[in-house]
Design a protein around this ligand. Sequence first.
Ligand code: ADP
Length: 474
Amino acid sequence: MRVLSVAAEIFPYVKVGGLGDVMAALPKALRRLGVDVRVMLPGYPVLQESLAGLEPVKAYADLMQAGPARILLGEAEGGVPIYLLDHPGLFAEEAGPYDDWDQAHRRFAALSWAAADLAREGEAHGWKADILHAHDWPAGLAPAYLALGPEPRPCSLMTIHNIAYQGNFSPSVLGEVWLPPEAYAVEGAEFMGRLSFLKAGLHFADRLGTVSPTYAWEVQQPGGGRGLEGLLAQRSRDFSGILNGIDTEVWDPATDPHLLVDFDASSLDRRVLDTAALRMELGLEENPVAPLFGVVSRMEAIKGLDLILPNLEHLVELGAQFALVGSGDPNLEKAFLQAADRHPGRIAVRIGYNEGLAHRMYAGADVLMVPSRSEPCGLTQMYAFRYGCLPLVRRTGGLADTVVDAEDHDGNGFLFGPEDPWDLGQAIDRACAVYRGNQTWWREMQARGMALDHSWDISARRYIDLFQEMMDHG
Ligand code: ADP
């Protein structure tokens, strides 16, 4: 079974969010189970510099009227073969993957076109794909190019990692992305008067997927699919929700090089040393009886961090502490920084992306808050489980699929429902009450969370079943 997985990010080289983690870990897990999966990515300078043994395997005189391009084959950490689209006209600049919006349609159309071509026609060594797996809108046109091109062709699977990001462009760019005019139709790539890369993928792919069962249901509900709910409901029989896993080698408190002290479920007592170290790193007061609430997040509206702000004073009054690492919306950044100024030693805020600090937060905080308005899968709550940190989350998407409330049998965290600061406040109160009043209960929940198996092996097997079904039935 040969699978070409196409995306715009891969950890540790280019990572904006959870997709980067998935692109590194899922292929590794699939390869361990015997699938010949390879990843296709844009040839960002950082990838060209970092990947081992790059060699050209395909060349184009021109791609998307932006000049010549080549496909290079190399290898990522962990031995996963990577195809890079080396296109100096489109990927020469060092920028975030989604930064250059003026060129975004051509950049990702080129990636998708070359991926479809490689999957169908093969490369210099003769490798071609049985299945093209497109991830999110940057790869959305690949299923379209396949479906609109000659037969026979590989099957295609379009996975939505976040339906909020759709890659919608002016229809005037249609000719620039090598789509035939008839593709711009309601039964095609047209979406509310725009050319939508995600809609194209969802229309033309043979099968559709997303990253948790609850999110698969949510995006089919009125308003839940950002305008795409009708199409998704119509295609619900082709649509699966497979929960993401986590890379249990990268995320292992027993071996994590970012931590001061390693620990596992049998040596959980050592964890307090990581909590103390985190407090020191962030300038928080040493106070072992103060529950430490943490956040590791992009600071975007969808993450619901604004629901935390009105609770910060209350949290401090309760004698708790709060720490955040993240970046994004400048207004949110400012509001959290102001709260930290008001409560030095009790609230600490670090603006920016800091991989090491993120690991230390999971290992040191008592509670990880994820108040997302919408969360397709969410990885941070799964990292929190593994590091003995109890997640406090909104009941949505993958958060609802992974966290069980303390009140329930087998509880391993705290859930709240409505998008309301008051409801979040109630959950904070409950977490503080258990932490202060019943450490035995707390310990039991930590142990349950740490015992969960969120490794990729389980989800990778589900992908293999789906791939097999696609190959059997098209
Ligand atoms: P999303 O993809 O919507 O950002 P996920 O929960 O799926 O949300 O993935 C977030 C990933 O990004 C996790 O690996 C998390 O640790 C990481 N992350 C988010 N913000 C930061 C930050 N400021 N510093 C380090 N890592 C971060």
